[in-house]
Design a protein around this ligand. Structure first.
Ligand code: MG
Length: 305
């Protein structure tokens, strides 16, 4: 078995099981993104953005690769999460909106405008324990007709938004990004991490993850948390100890809460996103270009995926 673990700090050794390999669960996507685990259904939903579909992988399948189509067309859906009632909440490039899927399958539009103008293309989101939805709004989904519909942005900047799903009220909580992308809270929700992926199109942009203090629905004290040394960050997640796991070109990078790179899980395709799942929440699911991979770790995911 090839070694898939690259250690940069001795602390990393306790976070993985050396004999636990990388499982390729599925391949055949054009750009896999937005993994979200449904423990109640024992399945992983993920986006295949250019193919306009949300797919469902389940270990329960009796035959085949365990993957079925959950929704198609998907409005070029990208990132997903679940709210505190367990409902699917999704970012859609094509319709340039954030939606919620109700238990009966109907789709509720949560927000599609800010100050009367269409959003750029919501990319990724996270739900706070108070029910508020925090999402990023870079321009990737309107740059071409590949991952959405080409259009000129109506927003002057690429915002990070907080939205109240009950009222639809939306506020910009930060607006000084190149391209805000993946985001997650620390386990105590006192910190919010935000990946800036502007290096995807601008080689001079810093491939870094920023962190903010969170208080009363507002952000403060923004600073750089870490740099990605291979590619740039996209989706990110915390484990229960507050370590940050980030997508990168060569795999998933794990950072200590102080920003130290502890190590990497090497993946043979560029990683776009990840989430923790499985009955023990100790399996990391990784969407990586054409494929979905998974690896069992000794850590568990911090919160709802
Ligand atoms: Mg993303």
């Amino acid at each position: 078995m090839p070694n898939i673990y690259e250690t940069h700090d001795p602390k990393f050794a306790a976070l993985f099981v050396g004999s636990a390999g990388l499982d390729q669960l599925y391949t055949g996507a054009r750009w896999a993104e937005g993994p979200v685990w449904f423990d109640d259904l024992n399945c992983l939903l993920f986006s295949d953005i250019p193919n306009q579909r949300i797919l469902c992988w389940s270990p329960n399948a009796l035959s085949g690769d365990g993957v079925s189509v959950f929704r198609q067309p998907s409005h070029f859906a990208n990132g997903h999460s679940r709210d505190r009632q367990g409902r699917l909440v999704s970012c859609e490039h094509g319709a340039r909106r954030v939606t919620r899927t109700e238990p009966d399958g109907t789709i509720t539009v949560i927000v599609d405008r800010y100050e009367g103008k269409r959003l750029n293309s919501p990319n990724d989101l996270v739900v706070h324990s108070d029910g508020s939805i925090w999402f990023t709004d870079p321009t990737y989904g309107i740059l071409s007709d590949y991952e959405g519909y080409r259009a000129e942005p109506e927003q002057a900047v690429r915002n990070l938004f907080r939205c109240d799903p009950a009222s639809g009220a939306i506020v910009s909580v930060a607006d000084d990004f190149g391209q805000p992308n993946g985001l997650c809270f620390s386990p105590d929700e006192r910190l919010l991490y935000v990946a800036d992926s502007a290096a995807s199109h601008d080689p001079t942009a810093p491939p870094h993850i920023r962190v903010f203090d969170v208080a009363d629905g507002k952000l403060g004290n923004g600073r750089v948390f870490s740099h990605i040394n291979n590619g740039f960050p996209d989706g990110i997640r915390c484990d229960t100890a507050g370590r940050l796991w980030s997508s990168a070109a060569d795999g998933v990078h794990c950072f200590d809460p102080d920003g130290t790179l502890l190590g990497k899980v090497l993946v043979p395709e560029t990683v776009a996103n990840l989430c923790f799942g499985g009955p023990r929440r100790n399996r990391m699911f990784i969407t990586a270009t054409t494929s979905v991979y998974a690896v069992y770790l000794t850590v568990t995911g911090a919160q709802m995926p």
